[in-house]
Each structure stands twice: as C-alpha cells, then as structure tokens.
Write a protein that binds this ligand. Structure first.
Ligand code: NAD
Ligand code: TYD
Length: 332
C-alpha cells in the first residue's frame, strides 16, 4: 500500500510508521505533520533515510496541501490531533481546529480524490466516564471535556460522510496508550521522568480514577489490522484490558524507577476529571486482534526506554514544557 499518515511525528504516529515499515516491506509512507510542540522528527530518525518513507511538514487544515500529498494514495491514516486533556482546558482553540476542522479537510480530500480508505484514529474518551461495565461501539457519545468533545465532533463528522456521501471511513477508539516516544506531559512519561529526577509526581484528586492501559505497539497492530480488514463505516474499540487506578500506576512507576512513595504529591483535581474509561474490545477481537504485551513487562520496558533515552526527553522538558508545567502545576 501507498499510505499517507498524518501526525506521524507524534507518539502513536511514529510508532505506527515504524510498525508499518517493519511489517509491510512493500508499503511506502508519506508522513504529513505540522510539528506542533508534540511532533518531533527525532521520533523517526531511524527511518528517515528509508526510501519508502517521506516527510512533509504541514497542517491537515490546509486543504490544498492535503490534496497535493494525498493524491494517489491507497489510504490515509489520521493520527494528527491536539491530544492532551489538560491543555484543552486552557487553550481549546487548536483542538477544535485540528480535531474537527482538520478531519473535515481530510474527508473532503478523500471524497474529491476518490481515495479508497480513511482510517480515523479516535479515543475511548468520546464515550465519557463509565461507572460500570464497558463502552461498546454502539453506545452514545458523552464527551466531557474540550478534547474529547472535539474528538467526538471529528468522529461524528467522519461517520456522517460515510452515511451521506459514502466516503469510506473506518474509526478506531483506543484506551490510554503508553510506551516509548510519548511526550512527557502525559501521566506515564511525566511520572517516569519526574521520578528519575527525584521531583514530585502530581497525582490529581484522590488518585482513584481508572484508566485502561494499552501498550502502543498493541495499538499499532490493531490500527494496522483495521486498516486492512475493517469494514467501511464501522468503529472498532481497542482496549488494553488492564484497568488500574492512578495511585496503583504511580506506585508501580516508583517501584520500577527505584524511588520512594514519598515523591507522590496529591494535587487539586483536574476540572471535570472523568472517573473511569473502559471499552469492550469484542468487535476487534473478531478480526483476530488481542493485546500481546503484558502490562507489567511493557511498563518495565517503557521505564527502561526513558532511563536510556534522557537525550530524547530532557530537551523536551526544558523549553516550552517548563512554562507549561509552571502554569499547570505551579499553584496546585
Ligand atoms: P501526540 O500529541 O503525541 O501527536 C500528535 C501529532 O499530530 C504531533 O506530531 C503533532 O505535531 C501532529 N499535529 C497536531 N496538529 C496537527 C495539524 N493540524 N496538522 C498536522 N499535524 C498535526 O498524540 P498521540 O498520543 O500520538 O495521539 C495520536 C492520536 O491518537 C490522536 O488522535 C489521539 O486523539 C489518539 N489517541 C491517543 C491516545 C493516547 O493515549 N495517547 C489514546 C487514544 C487515542
Ligand atoms: P493523561 O495521561 O493526561 O491521559 P487522559 O487524561 O487522556 O486519560 O492522564 C491519565 C490519568 O492520570 C488521568 O486520570 C489524569 C491523571 N493525571 C494525574 O493524576 N496527574 C498528572 O499530572 C496527569 C498529567 C494526569
């Protein structure tokens, strides 16, 4: 396949491109990425010289550019997004722009150019908080923060293009990912790198919110499967099958970094903090997917990766991030 991956310089995108080039020797990939604070060409330094790979810096909201790079591809995989809930609470504009209008731009290109498939990557957060049980693909969307509301907007628009214009879209909604190359604003890399630096781990509220953790390479395999075997107009949940309270996750990170629990600092909760996410992954299971990486060893691998790649994360934690961290956690 000849693929256009958008947002490929981010966390999941870079892992996905590496997965594609490894698993599909005949595929080629163009990576269209705006390189926001979260996009980092260093994430793909190891494949930069591969003749099957090309990088284009640009915005998915730029209709002309999208058309230029999308012409002739077999599929687009959209991983471009503003992705951090906390940032959506203080600067939501970019979320609406990229996560809604950007999806619209891609849909229009797919429609005009007759591209055979758009796989749009979404999140379990569109279902909102689930007190009991697990969300299925048929459940109503009840997003509760500007990030998840923007993602839900993108999802609904994509599905509307299928229903009205027959535009061949397929969606994935995964649970929380962790693994190498995740920008250190998200809880797992933030807590690992803070622990390595002996600085406090800011745990929101009572620490008992639950997330279902999915190793990024399991998500990449799932996205790849849906890309090739999923049905047009359908949504596929992708859950890690490992639900854990934040406090337990935090203690595990401290154990793996060899640091004391006294580094845990309870801080004021995130406004509107969803208590629990949980998805039912039966449907993608029927395509033959199941997570392959056990949580404990995947977290250990992740901690080791951050330990061994200080040169990757330390520059990220200075510049823009330091200002964000001060604003976000300074008065908490
Ligand atoms: P990320 O923030 O690490 O990367 C996003 C990438 O998109 C960056 O490289 C950024 O430069 C690029 N980008 C942002 N706006 C752009 C624009 N307008 N045009 C082109 N490129 C742009 O995000 P991630 O964690 O890799 O998430 C990827 C996708 O997966 C997102 O759609 C997110 O909603 C979804 N998702 C993430 C998780 C998770 O746990 N990380 C879980 C479920 C779903
Ligand atoms: P996060 O990684 O931001 O992902 P999401 O909000 O998309 O699930 O947060 C995961 C969980 O960790 C969530 O319940 C909020 C919590 N959290 C903290 O307790 N402290 C932090 O500093 C961050 C960033 C998150």
């Amino acid at each position: 396949m000849k693929l256009l991956v958008t947002g490929g310089a981010g966390f999941i995108g870079s892992n996905f491109i590496r997965h594609l080039l490894r698993e599909h020797p005949d595929d080629s990939v163009v990576n269209l990425d705006k390189l926001t604070y979260a996009g980092n060409p260093a994430n793909l330094a190891d494949v930069a010289g591969d003749p099957r790979y090309a990088f284009v810096q640009g915005d998915i909201c730029d209709a002309k550019l999208v058309r230029d790079v999308a012409r002739g591809v077999d599929a687009i995989v959209n991983l471009a997004a503003e992705s951090h809930v906390d940032r959506s609470l203080v600067e939501p504009d970019g979320f609406l722009r990229t996560d809604v209008f950007g999806v619209f731009t891609l849909l229009e290109a797919v429609r005009d150019l007759g591209i055979p498939r758009l796989l749009h990557v979404s999140t379990d957060e569109v279902y909102g908080s689930v007190a009991r049980g697990s969300s299925t693909e048929r459940d109503p969307l009840r997003p509760s923060n500007p990030y998840s509301a923007s993602k839900a907007g993108g999802d609904l628009l994509a599905l509307s293009y299928w229903h009205t214009h027959g535009v061949p879209v397929v969606l994935t909604r995964s649970s929380n990912n962790f693994g190498p190359h995740q920008y250190p604003e998200k809880v797992v890399p933030l807590f690992i790198t803070n622990a390595l630096d002996d600085t406090p781990l800011p745990l929101y509220g009572d620490g008992r919110n639950v997330r279902d953790w999915l190793y990024v390479l399991d998500n990449c395999a799932a996205i790849d499967l849906v890309l090739r075997r999923g049905r047009d107009g359908e949504v596929y949940n992708i859950g890690g099958g490992h639900e854990v309270e934040n406090i337990a996750l935090t203690r595990e990170i401290l154990r793996l970094t060899g640091k004391p629990d006294t580094l845990i600092r309870p801080v004021t909760d995130r406004p509107g903090h969803d208590r629990r996410y949980s998805v039912d992954s039966t449907k993608i299971g029927q395509l033959g997917w199941a997570p392959r990486y056990p949580f404990a060893s995947a977290l250990e691998t992740t901690v080791r990766w951050y330990r061994e790649h200080e040169t990757w994360w330390r520059p990220l934690k200075s510049g823009e991030f330091r200002a964000w961290y001060e604003r976000q956690y300074g008065n908490r």
